[in-house]
Design a protein around this ligand. Structure first.
Ligand SMILES: *Cc1c(COP(=O)(O)O)cnc(C)c1O
Length: 225
């Protein structure tokens, strides 16, 4: 296991750069996130050594067990987050991609206020309207955005999605539209800078539709058990 990580990482890196050059304006950057769930810290450190500077964490407990062993990299939280777990991650992650309710936003805001920081977050959108998935539905996104805008210690910086399996491209196009729509409203205290979408199977398509963070797990580390 993990014998192909170096090769995989370099290939994904190349593909991301190639897609960015093909589909995006010069100067627009697309960040490559290495998604670390189930991967031992030694292997994560190997890709950091190859130049990976952004890690995505899904599981609070697993992250807490590994984080002190990671070499230097920026960490984002991308998994479903329970309100009672926010306290464990708020000090060490730079961006939370998975805010999908005002209740969660309020808890992040409360803890951030105690620490005198402003926590950056993305709103996770359930773009396929799937019952089994977390995320705010597209027709309630604006309400959530206005709600977050009123909180002083949390800042909404963009959107994240995990589309239904299959035809990602149509969903990415919808997300791009939502992203621009919400951005054009110029809501006080929010900015639409980050569009986090695209995983191992569909990151090239995501880049085509404006993604600027692609989240890659199995494409770098191999299939998870
Ligand atoms: C696991 C995961 C990924 C990466 O998925 P792969 O298909 O392995 O690239 C990306 N985003 C989130 C939120 C995930 O949970």
């Amino acid at each position: 296991m993990y014998s192909d990580v170096t090769e995989n990482y370099k290939r994904v890196r190349f593909n991301v750069e190639e897609a960015a050059a093909k589909y995006r304006n010069p100067g627009e950057t697309v960040r490559l996130m290495a998604v670390t769930k189930t991967v031992p810290y030694e292997v994560v450190n190997k890709v950091i050594g190859l130049g990976a500077d952004l890690l995505g964490e899904n599981r609070v407990q697993e992250y807490l067990e590994k984080k002190d062993n990671y070499q230097d990299a920026e960490v984002h939280f991308i998994g479903h987050l329970q309100t009672n777990k926010v306290k464990y991650i708020i000090d060490s992650v730079k961006l939370i991609h998975s805010v999908d309710s005002i209740r969660l936003a309020e808890e992040i805001n409360r803890l951030a206020a105690q620490k005198n920081i402003v926590m950056n977050v993305l709103a996770e959108v359930n773009i396929g309207g799937e019952e089994s998935k977390s995320g705010v539905s597209p027709d309630r996104l604006e309400e959530l955005a206005y709600g977050i805008a009123e909180l002083e210690n949390i800042k909404l910086c963009g959107l994240m999605t995990i589309p239904p399996p299959g035809n990602s491209e149509a969903y990415f196009a919808k997300m791009q539209e939502l992203f621009h729509e919400l951005g054009s409203k110029k809501i006080y205290n929010i900015s639409m800078d980050i569009l986090s979408m695209g995983m191992s199977a569909d990151y090239v398509e995501a880049i085509k539709y404006g993604s600027n963070i692609v989240r890659i797990g199995s494409g770098i580390f191999g299939a998870r058990k």
